[in-house]
Design a binder for this molecule. Structure first.
Ligand code: FES
Ligand SMILES: [Fe+2]
Length: 420
């Protein structure tokens, strides 16, 4: 039994993670079950990293979004000029929380206490009766809401509560260039669902990152996403990527029921891209839809998962009926994943056995993810974080997987069966 809780900020705690892949171990069970790890992650990961806080099109003018970054609460606005901004969710008068949940606002953020009002750019606009007895030192220009970094990338909305952390595009590495062909910023939300899962957030991400379990946990998914069709999709940056090319679909076509976006290149048009952006968002990008799972840790063994299905802008016929087979398919797959990660959580909680070996053939992405986690926990500042590199595109396929960024098999793209 592993009973002692490690010091999560001590580099020695991470010796098994820091070891080369072929001699590495997974995380200490307490990393998934202990309050001490939960608190350390809230402070050192979620209050410092670029955290996904929503889908970009949730931020509309007239809507105030309220999101957590670790123990912090922030509000997010979109100005009439389209600029998205974030602020600490605290009034500059006496610090009151401005909003509890997402809400509509008519162009002004109003504090409920003494009704100070702020513009969408955070500047202080009104302060009722305050000037009835003037103060010489009162300067409204210095009492705007405290800004927090917020940016959109593709379909996603990110926030970062630490000014020392590198810019978002640096965090994402080559992902911006790698996924540019999808024009994801144009895709729109179709359906969104929130779930609560009895498992640590890392188990959900790690499960997403490996297809080792595919055959046994997802017999149906394995028909459209065959183990043999998986390749690496890994450049530099704070993400773990893999790809299925081609998307097989030979026995069932739920994923392929809708038409693909019309502008995709030869590779994107026939592939599925599966990308876990550290720390908390899981992207499944198919030629005709995107499935996003965003993770919010609630407790060591409990996570809120917000799932969103997106469709490309050139599919105006994405009716509920047209989307239903794709949505049902994802719900089935996700339920299978939820069942197994909850089982992992129970085993880790009750057994607390020492960490086991990672499978080099399948679990290199977990090694990458766990090393990023170790970086965040052990570094005093993320200013100098060394984001992991990508695969060497000239390297031959080896036993860690197959060649990077594979050219898909030759397929007749003029046929509707092209991706089937
Ligand atoms: S605390 Fe917000 S107006 Fe007084
Ligand atoms: Fe799975």
């Amino acid at each position: 039994m592993t009973n002692t809780t490690p010091d999560w900020t001590d580099p020695d705690t991470w010796a098994g993670t820091r070891a080369p892949l072929t001699s590495s171990t997974g995380l200490h069970p307490g990393a998934y079950t202990s309050e001490s790890m939960f608190e350390a992650e809230q402070a050192r990961v979620f209050e410092r990293a670029w955290v996904c806080v929503g889908i970009a099109d949730e931020a509309t003018t007239g809507r105030l979004l309220v999101r957590d970054l670790g123990s912090r609460s922030i509000v997010i606005t979109r100005d009439t000029d389209g600029v998205v901004r974030g602020f600490l969710n605290s009034c500059r008068h006496r610090g009151t929380e401005l909003a509890e949940t997402d809400c509509d606002i008519a162009g002004t953020i109003r504090c409920p206490y003494h009704r100070w009002g702020y513009r969408l750019d955070g500047s202080l606009m009104s302060h009722p009766f305050f000037d009835e007895v003037p103060r010489d030192d009162f300067d409204a220009d210095r009492l705007g809401l405290v800004p927090v970094r917020v940016e959109t990338w593709g379909v996603l909305l990110f926030a970062c509560a630490d000014d020392d952390t590198p810019p978002l595009l640096e965090w994402l590495g080559d992902l911006d260039e790698r996924m540019a062909g999808y024009r994801l910023d144009e895709w729109t939300s179709h359906t969104s669902t929130e779930l609560e899962i009895d498992a640590n957030w890392k188990l959900i991400s790690e499960n997403f990152q490996e297809y080792y379990h595919l055959t046994w946990v997802h017999p149906e998914l394995a028909k459209v996403s065959r183990v043999a069709d998986h390749y690496r999709y890994q450049g530099d940056g704070a993400y773990c990527g893999q790809t299925t090319t081609p998307v097989s679909g030979d026995e069932r076509d739920d994923w392929l029921a809708m038409p693909p976006a019309g502008w995709l290149d030869e590779s994107d048009a026939v592939s599925g891209r599966f990308v876990a952006i550290f720390p908390n968002v899981l992207l499944s990008v198919l030629p005709n839809h995107v499935w996003v799972m965003r993770l919010d840790p609630l407790a060591p063994g409990r996570t809120k998962e917000t799932c969103t299905l997106l469709v490309p802008p050139d599919n105006p016929d994405a009716t509920a009926e047209a989307v239903a087979p794709t949505l049902d398919f994802w719900i089935d797959v996700n339920n299978e994943d939820i069942d197994i990660v909850q089982r992992s959580q129970r085993g880790l909680t009750r057994g607390a056995v020492p960490a086991g070996p990672l499978a080099p053939r399948f679990e290199e992405p977990l090694h990458r993810f766990q090393n990023l986690l170790a970086d965040c926990l052990t570094l005093d500042s993320l200013a100098g974080i060394e984001l992991p590199g990508g695969d060497d595109p000239t390297a031959p396929a080896d036993r860690l997987g197959t060649g990077p960024n594979p050219t898909p098999p030759t397929i007749d793209l003029t046929s509707q069966d092209a991706i089937a």
